[in-house]
Write a protein that binds this ligand. Structure first.
Ligand SMILES: [Zn+2]
Length: 353
């Protein structure tokens, strides 16, 4: 009896005296010295009696090392408990699982807190040409938001209003603002500095300053490069979610929740930034912002907001806070247009032919 070894090539039993070290088990056979590291050992758990430890080697799986002496099994237990106690091996794996889960949570938390500001800066550093190439034609958008409203004098007045805001914005690239014939109440910003106000919004607005607040908000999206940022975010999220959830062509619920959660949390930030930007423009131009505040309250009370298209109203769940923000932080006193010009501007979608 005693510890012994089979080399796997022939059935001869080699009696050995194991030398148990911190890194592995060393022993002499007639054919030379061997040193098996614990990391290379595979415990054969079904070997009986269980008090004797039977091992094979990862690279020599026909060989067998049987340790019988109690002192030796105790020493191995101290250096490599996972080889003695199956429970501890399971615990070790559970520990690894927990560590991986914690790592994924940390990564998600990192995405929430770390990626948005980085993306934001990256997006603003991207050349404008990158986004300008994606600027859509109004014709291509007509199926969604109607035709451009062309009444001449109202468009002139609109250009005057927008021009004042843009001069204050001092953005170095062109930004255009058009009105289209859709009756939905919304304002949209497309890539490359294209802002579109829908007819429904013009009709519901009760003062030129309400309109100026909305346009200022959309200019904020352009200046902050929110389009580029959204594009970058969507692509980055795709990559990260493939890493985390694997790619099998179908989207799991976890993945969907993950992506939606992230994109919502980002866009709420850029909406707030756009509001702050709009208010800065109004303040610099000395425009009274209280009209803007009332607009938000009215729209909210009506619950009559198009969620078909993204942006101005559909992405602002909290119109209350917005109204308060404009009222409390606004310092201006002027109206953006004379009452006469405002009435003319409201007829921008009337046919002139
Ligand atoms: Zn917005």
């Amino acid at each position: 009896m005693g510890s012994h070894f089979f080399d796997g090539a022939n059935p001869k039993r080699h009696d050995i005296e194991p030398d148990i070290g911190p890194d592995g088990i060393a022993f002499e056979t007639e054919r030379g010295a061997l040193a098996w590291r614990y990391g290379d050992l595979i415990r054969l758990w079904d070997y009986r009696p269980a008090a004797h430890l039977a091992f094979t080697h990862k690279r020599h799986q026909d060989s067998r090392l049987i340790i019988e002496e109690t002192w030796a099994t105790e020493s191995i237990g101290r250096y490599a408990p996972q080889l003695i106690d199956r429970g501890s091996e399971r615990w070790r794996q559970t520990g690894i699982g927990a560590a991986v889960a914690a790592g994924i949570l940390a990564l998600i938390a990192g995405l929430y807190f770390f990626v948005p500001p980085v993306m934001d800066r990256l997006a603003r550093a991207m050349p404008w040409s990158f986004e300008a190439a994606d600027r859509p034609d109004l014709d291509a958008l007509a199926f969604m938001i109607g035709e451009r409203c062309t009444a001449e004098r109202p468009n002139e007045i609109l250009r005057g209003l927008v021009g004042g805001l843009l001069r204050t914005a001092e953005f170095p690239h062109p930004i255009t603002v058009d009105v289209t014939s859709s009756r939905m109440v919304n304002a949209l910003t497309f890539a490359g500095g294209r802002i579109v106000l829908l007819r429904g919004l013009i009709e519901r607005a009760r003062s030129p300053n309400e309109l100026a607040a909305v346009i200022g908000h959309e200019i904020g999206h352009v200046v902050h490069r929110d389009h580029t940022e959204r594009w970058m975010r969507q692509n980055a999220l795709g990559a990260v979610s493939i890493l985390l959830f694997g790619f099998d062509g179908t989207s799991t619920i976890g993945q969907t929740v993950f992506e939606t959660g992230l994109s919502l949390s980002f866009s709420r930030d850029s909406e707030q930034d756009a509001d702050r930007y709009a208010l800065r423009l109004l303040n610099r131009l000395d425009l009274d912002p209280s009209g803007g505040a009332e607009f938000f309250e009215r729209m909210k009370a009506k619950g009559n907001i198009s969620s078909l298209l993204p942006d101005y109203f559909s992405t602002h769940p909290n119109s209350d806070g917005r109204a308060v923000f404009f009222r409390e932080q606004g310092t201006g006193t002027r109206q953006a247009l004379t009452p006469e010009d405002w009435l003319i501007l409201k007829r921008i979608c009337d046919r002139t032919d």
